[in-house]
Design a protein around this ligand. Structure first.
Ligand code: HEC
Ligand code: HEC
Ligand code: HEC
Length: 140
């Protein structure tokens, strides 16, 4: 029984180590300048967003990389084809599943920047900015 337990523990450690090495192998960005929408929208509020990735990773990778299953490869970017690839949506389309605007600003989804910051604020714990110009900082 003890030996069984030991081999289970050793296996778990090996899997962990393997996971860690594959995570280390991919470059984990500390800060990401998000500008996929640059030049695509004439919205006066829009400016590229300097996203502090490192400050977020304690929240768990999958809250944001919610379709990421094969951890051997880096997660796909938000606006990859087949994901939130509808840029510069207008009107009702803005909140469509595939809209980039929705991915970043859905007010009730924990996966979105704005949604999670709002939820955290409601829980009275550390949260990120909610005001447009605190993420979209002009001349950055
Ligand atoms: C918590 C951060 C955050 C806040 C707050 C925020 N945004 Fe954004 N927004 C983003 C990110 C990230 C992107 C994607 C930028 C890119 O990749 O170019 C984006 C993109 C956009 C786009 C381009 C979308 C597209 O499909 O072309 C518009 C327009 C926009 N935001 C408007 C706003 C407005 C208006 C507000 C205030 C109501 C706001 N944002 C608040 C993070 C934020
Ligand atoms: C709060 C949300 C959030 C969390 C949590 C998060 N990430 Fe990210 N990550 C992002 C965003 C947003 C990008 C940029 C995606 C884009 O450019 O569209 C990104 C990009 C990346 C990239 C670069 C992908 C590329 O091809 O450029 C890697 C690698 C990555 N993340 C790994 C991780 C890992 C591993 C974790 C967990 C330890 C994690 N992320 C946690 C939001 C997050
Ligand atoms: C799942 C929740 C969650 C998501 C999704 C999320 N954030 Fe945050 N964000 C936080 C929390 C929590 C903090 C406060 C971090 C801290 O103080 O430890 C924060 C802080 C920030 C800050 C302020 C950092 C500082 O130095 O004060 C910025 C800017 C920010 N987030 C931008 C974004 C953008 C842009 C996205 C989307 C690409 C995003 N966040 C997605 C939870 C989230």
């Amino acid at each position: 029984m003890k030996r069984l337990l030991l081999s289970v523990v050793v296996c778990a450690m090996a899997i962990c180590l393997y996971d860690l090495t594959s995570l280390n192998a991919m470059k984990m960005p500390k800060q990401i300048l998000m500008n996929a929408c640059q030049g695509k929208t004439k919205n006066p509020v829009y400016a590229p967003v300097d996203f502090p990735h490192q400050k977020h990773i304690r929240l768990g990778c999958n809250v944001c990389h919610h379709k990421w299953t094969n951890k051997k490869n880096p997660p796909r970017t938000c606006t990859s084809s087949g994901c939130h690839d509808l840029l510069s949506a207008k009107g009702a389309q803005m909140m469509a599943q595939n809209s980039a605007y929705n991915a970043f600003h859905n007010r009730t989804s924990k996966h979105s920047c704005l949604g999670c910051h709002k939820l955290k604020k409601k829980e009275h714990v550390a949260a990120g900015p909610i005001a447009c110009n605190k993420c979209h900082i002009k001349n950055k």
